[in-house]
Design a protein around this ligand. Structure first.
Ligand code: SF4
Length: 392
């Protein structure tokens, strides 16, 4: 059931976020299709830091002077960065954009790369929210997921994060092979007891190019079917709602007011600048929106930045219709849904009445007054199809 606890208010100004991508990991997880790379020799963090700062200069000239509302250090495994690297990046952002005191500064961290000393260093550098990649609370499944930590490491990391950072969240992956609803309910109930006010709960998906993809294709890895996935999803909603942490987005759950401001900027289709290998951005400029993307391969990105001041391989002006599609795609992920007036302003049209009526009648979407439209829980399960239907 969708609950209507208020989100951080949608003031119509979705904010401006800065995303910085650290592309290295200690090992490649078999399900992961993120831009993450394993290197067997130490990464030259100083050289990367200089390149981050250089690319920030280019991004600053694209965005102009703006007030940053959130910063997100993602990856890869940003907790493999030295605290001094993180400090230099955050100082670099503050030197180029207006960064009011107290804005959300999130860093992703893996339990295996966590030490109290490093956490204290990140906190001193300015990180005030940490998002831990816990992924499972049993050692058998952590091993299956290719994680380098065990449950004891995860619990230690959660405890430290709670002590050191004002805000923390952690991720779990469910819908694992042979996972029963009862097993997941037990694990999630335990997880919720460790959570503060935010959890990210993702269904395992098989992405092309991953090790799991090959196994799945060969019939050696079977994931839960549609009905089982739906049952696991419903159990997830019911348990998190029971703990006052309803979903505010397909996979993200929070107590009211504890939502990730940075991710809300994405889903409310605000602007963000992406810095680092394989980072994407959306920047409003001269009444248009520019989509940017940078070179994914870290060493190539580094050379490009050193030679040209940026690693951008994509710099495209989005047509208004494309912006409207993106707004729909992002906004329908949210419990608050999308602002139809904004969608109409961009697309220059109303949703196709016949398609909307069909989706309403079949219980996949619902209206929130005249101005907003959102997916129902049934619609969330087939979100891509709903978006495709409304956008046509
Ligand atoms: S640690 Fe995260 S980013 Fe790195 S390979 Fe695993 S899932 Fe991907």
């Amino acid at each position: 059931m969708l609950t209507d606890a208020p989100l951080l208010p949608d003031t119509g100004e979705p904010g401006f976020g800065l995303y910085v991508h650290w592309p290295f990991c200690a090992a490649k997880c078999p399900y992961c299709d993120f831009n993450s790379h394993v290197r067997h020799t130490p990464v030259d963090q100083q050289r990367f830091t200089q390149a981050f700062l250089k690319e920030m200069d280019t991004m600053r000239s694209l965005t102009g002077p703006r007030t940053v509302t959130s910063i997100f250090l993602g990856g890869g495994t940003p907790s493999l960065m030295d605290p001094a690297t993180v400090e230099a990046i955050l100082d670099g952002i503050a030197a180029r954009w207006h960064t009011p005191a107290g804005i959300e500064v999130t860093m992703e961290a893996n339990p295996s790369s966590v030490e109290a000393e490093r956490f204290c260093g990140y906190r001193s550098a300015g990180v005030n929210r940490v998002s831990l990649g816990v992924q499972a609370l049993n050692d058998r499944d952590l091993k299956f997921l290719g994680r380098l930590h065990d449950v004891a490491d995860a619990l230690k990391a959660i405890r430290l994060a709670r002590e050191i950072f004002p805000r923390m969240s952690f991720d779990l992956i469910y819908a694992r092979p042979n996972q029963t609803v009862e097993e997941w309910e037990r694990e999630l109930n335990e997880a919720v007891s460790y959570a503060v006010d935010h959890l990210s709960l993702y269904q395992l998906t098989i992405e092309e190019g991953t090790a799991f993809y090959g196994l799945h294709k060969a019939g050696k890895l079977i994931v839960p079917d549609g009905d089982q996935s739906a049952a696991l999803y419903e159990a997830t909603q019911s348990i998190t709602e029971g703990f006052g942490m309803p979903a505010y987005e397909v996979s993200n759950h929070a107590k009211p007011g504890a939502e990730s401001r940075h991710n809300l900027t994405y889903w409310r289709y605000g602007d963000y600048a992406g810095i680092g290998p394989g980072a994407h951005g959306r920047i409003s400029r001269d009444r248009t929106k520019i989509a940017t993307a940078t070179e994914r391969m870290p060493e190539r990105w580094l050379e490009q930045v050193e030679a040209n001041g940026h690693g951008m391989v994509e710099h495209e002006i989005l047509e208004r219709e494309e912006q409207a599609d993106e707004l729909l795609l992002m906004g329908l992920r949210l419990r608050e849904g999308v602002d139809l007036a904004r969608w109409q302003q961009l697309s220059g049209r109303f949703p196709n009445p016949a398609r909307e009526q069909f989706l309403l009648e079949h219980g996949f979407i619902e209206r929130l007054g005249n101005s907003r439209l959102r997916c129902t829980p049934a619609g969330m399960l087939i979100l891509d199809a709903v978006v495709a239907d409304l956008a046509c």
